[in-house]
Ligand binder design. Structure first.
Ligand code: TPP
Ligand code: MG
Length: 348
């Protein structure tokens, strides 16, 4: 692998202080005020959206499965900040954050969650099956690991067409043990496909901890048998994610083939809405929330550097809450699909 680029910190600003590092010692991007504000707003939008989705689920407005992304927001937001127009995103069922990060509308996502006509899949896909060709978001997949093969196919298409787009395939620590992941790694390495494989290591696959289920828990090493380089990233620090994303995307765009980013992250809520959470202690969750929360980290920097006052932050919070409330009102007022739509938009 090419030598790691260090954090893009200008020497002028850091002459007196050592360069900032992520909690695992990795590099972090040197965000300016606008980038910090953007990261804050985008992560907050995902968090508030997910909280609202949880509420609507409890009230019976959302049926079926619903997997919340709360706690993991820095991963998709940091990645998206490094992507360029045309890069594709594909993920599993914990997907609402990925959709919002790609710029899909909160209204369309909420309407889909509630099974309404204006949803991204016309109310017939639900939480796990939403797509937006316009935003290059390819789903939303409920079969654990399947999106890794599909994402590899997207990378193959980029290579075949000779464009410089990169496919970004997200999967969990549990999915990382699926066989098709390694078949995909083999092909991607052989054909030098432009794909960033992102393992969102949130420490659990449903109720099973990585310690109980996995022989090699350093997922950044999982491509070593195929010569695929990997980086372990503090996935709770959006600047660390952005720094790793810049490096990974450059690696792919320069024709060096696939790369793995293992994002060390944590989900605060249960696996899905029906999770009694008996497999971990409340203290463990509380410790992550109070010491590593991705949104609080940005907020603290914004305040410390004098880049945002409490009032500025409140204004952003209000703006975000308005978008989310509007999406919920819109979804509830939107009609369900007509019965005549039962066999449209599907493959028979
Ligand atoms: C092929 C397949 N096997 C099993 C399941 C059931 N299942 C759904 S989610 C899940 C756990 C996956 O965990 P992980 O990949 O870590 O993702 P996370 O939920 O933590 O985001 C399992 C086993 C499934 N949907 N598909
Ligand atoms: Mg997991």
């Amino acid at each position: 692998m090419a030598p790691r680029k260090t954090a893009t910190v200008s020497s002028r600003k850091t002459a007196a202080k050592p360069a900032a590092k992520a909690s695992n010692g990795g590099p972090v991007a040197d965000f300016d005020r606008n980038e910090e504000l953007k990261a804050y707003r985008e992560m907050l939008l995902i968090r508030r959206f997910e909280e609202k989705a949880g509420q609507l689920y409890g009230m019976g407005f959302i049926g079926g499965f619903c997997h919340l992304y709360i706690g993991q927001e820095a991963v998709v937001v940091g990645m998206q900040m490094a992507q360029k127009e045309g890069d594709q995103v594909i993920t599993a069922y914990r997907d609402h954050g990925h959709m919002l990060a790609t710029g899909m509308e909160a209204r369309g996502v909420m309407a889909e969650l509630t099974g309404r006509r204006s949803g991204y899949s016309h109310g017939k896909g639900g939480s796990m099956h939403m797509f937006s060709k316009e935003k290059h978001f390819y789903g939303g997949h409920g079969i654990v690991g399947a999106q890794v093969s599909l994402g590899t196919g997207l990378a193959f298409a980029n290579r075949y067409r000779g464009n410089d787009n990169v496919s970004i395939a997200y999967f969990g620590d549990g999915a990382a043990n699926q066989g098709q992941v390694y078949e995909s790694f083999n092909m991607a390495a052989l054909w030098k496909l432009p794909i960033v494989y992102i393992v969102e290591n949130n420490r659990y696959a449903m109720g099973t901890s990585t310690a109980r289920a996995t022989a090699q828990s350093n997922y950044s090493l999982r491509g070593s048998g195929f010569g695929i380089p990997g980086i372990q990233v503090d996935g709770m620090d959006v600047r660390a994610v952005k720094a790793a994303a810049d490096e990974a995307l450059e690696h792919c765009r320069s024709g060096k083939g696939p790369i793995i980013l293992e994002m060390l992250t944590y989900r605060y809520r249960g696996h899905s809405m029906s999770d009694p959470a008996k497999y971990r202690s409340k203290d463990e969750v509380q410790k992550m929330r109070s010491e590593h929360d991705p949104i609080e980290q940005v907020k603290a920097r914004l305040v410390e550097k004098g880049w945002a006052s409490e009032d500025d932050l409140k204004a952003i919070d209000k703006d975000v809450r308005d978008i989310v409330a509007d999406s919920a009102d819109f979804a509830q007022a939107d009609p369900e699909p007509d019965a005549s739509e039962l066999y449209t938009d599907i493959l028979l």
